[in-house]
Design a protein around this ligand. Structure first.
Ligand code: PLP
Length: 384
């Protein structure tokens, strides 16, 4: 019998927190303290503590978190930042919005994270200035930072990224939009670089019922700047120390996030169990299944497989009621908006190859083994 298997299941999350949520919201409505209030402040502390960072700065999206973190570290006009092309476009946008240039690097085919050997290759062709920064010979920009993206919930090898950052004088901003609770070498995502940026977009492992984001850092100076930038550069009401932005995490979302944070470990463990079950069931088919790092904890924001028959599979699964996706079909360096940067087809071959083969299967903390059994049967029919 045909079933529908959803990609994400927000209703089940809501049902778990519903009673407490309305009680807590009632208190917010009674006080009408809607912005920069006690729930946001508590959530900032709770999430920073959970992730092993000193400071948390709640903002209104993951894109804003990336952008404001870069600004807080002083990255902008005249600078360049290394980024993978294989990410959601927001990673690249945040760099461009600061005035810096994104230099896009290819990925490692095994785990889809930025390739350390390609970064080293890039630096071989560029030289160091007397102030300690390397300069990108094509653009003349100073290379100030790197954004490793823990894509799909799979942690980047931060040991190697830190070594590179030390050697080449780079600030590290971790893009943790898909990696709440992911770990590398025992440390959580967002606690290993100079700063970390998270999204609470509705489909994320920790999600608001609307928009939200947070910046994490151990650096007090960066935290202070980020806190000012999110509210028009204010130090006190109507004293603007810098030109900033409007990017606040509101109280209603903070209430949701506090309640969901208490469940995040359990929900991530459910995802890991579902991924293990998928791997067991799907291993008989000619597919490339997600690789798990033995040094890290993958939290399976997305369960992404690879197949040379991706487009046929996509269609067949959809026709049979399985919601599927492609994250992401067009690599960032080939997006029309970035034509002006001069990347061409073939510039980043691994990224381009992988983007034609990837397929995202349903994954969420309430996915049942029966759902995966059903998906398995559909695969079985497809492969005959
Ligand atoms: C890797 C990555 N970076 C950044 C973002 C941007 O987050 P937001 O949608 O909250 O602005 C997202 C999510 O959408 C993402 O997946």
């Amino acid at each position: 019998m045909k079933k529908t298997i959803k990609m994400v299941d927000l209703k089940s999350q809501y049902n778990e927190i519903k009673d407490e949520l309305w009680q807590e919201w009632e208190k917010v409505f009674d006080s009408m303290y809607l912005m920069l209030g006690p729930n946001m402040k508590s959530f900032e502390q709770e999430f920073a503590e959970y992730s092993g960072a000193k400071f948390g700065i709640g903002v209104d999206s993951g894109t804003a978190a990336l952008f404001l973190a870069l600004k807080s570290m002083g990255i902008g006009e005249g600078d360049a930042v290394l980024v993978p092309s294989f990410t959601f476009f927001a990673t690249i946008e945040a760099v461009i919005e600061t005035g810096a240039l994104p230099i896009m690097i290819d990925i490692d085919e095994n785990d889809f994270t930025v390739s350390v050997s390609k970064i080293r290759e890039y630096f071989k062709n560029n030289s160091r200035l007397s102030d300690g920064f390397y300069v990108d010979k094509n653009s003349g920009r100073k290379i100030k930072g790197i954004i490793p993206v823990h894509l799909y919930g799979n942690p980047v090898d931060m040991k190697q990224i830190k070594e590179i950052a030390g050697e080449y004088n780079l600030k590290i901003l971790e893009d943790c939009a898909q990696a709440h609770g992911a770990e590398f070498g025992g440390s959580k995502a967002g606690s290993m670089g100079d700063m970390g940026a998270f999204s609470f977009y509705f489909s994320k492992n920790l999600s608001a019922l609307g928009e939200g984001g947070i910046i994490l850092t151990d650096n007090e100076k960066y935290a202070e700047i980020a806190r000012k930038l999110r509210v028009h550069g204010q130090s006190d009401k109507y004293t603007h120390e810098m030109v900033g932005y409007n990017s606040r995490l509101d109280e209603l979302q903070a209430v949701i996030l506090r309640l969901k944070l208490k469940r995040l470990e359990d929900w991530n463990n459910n995802r890991i169990k579902a991924a293990e079950y998928y791997n067991e069931k799907l291993k008989e088919f000619p597919l490339i299944l997600p690789k798990k790092s033995n040094k890290g904890k993958h939290v399976y924001h997305l369960f992404v497989i690879r197949s040379e028959k991706r487009d046929e599979l996509f269609k067949f699964l959809k026709e049979n009621g399985v919601e599927v996706g492609i994250h992401y079909p067009i690599p960032s360096h080939l997006q029309p908006a970035l034509d002006y940067l001069g990347y061409k087809k073939g510039s980043l071959p691994v990224t381009e190859k992988v983007s034609k083969e990837i397929l995202t299967l349903p994954m969420h903390p309430h996915l049942k083994t029966e759902d995966i059994d059903y998906i398995y049967e559909v695969f079985k029919r497809f492969f005959g």
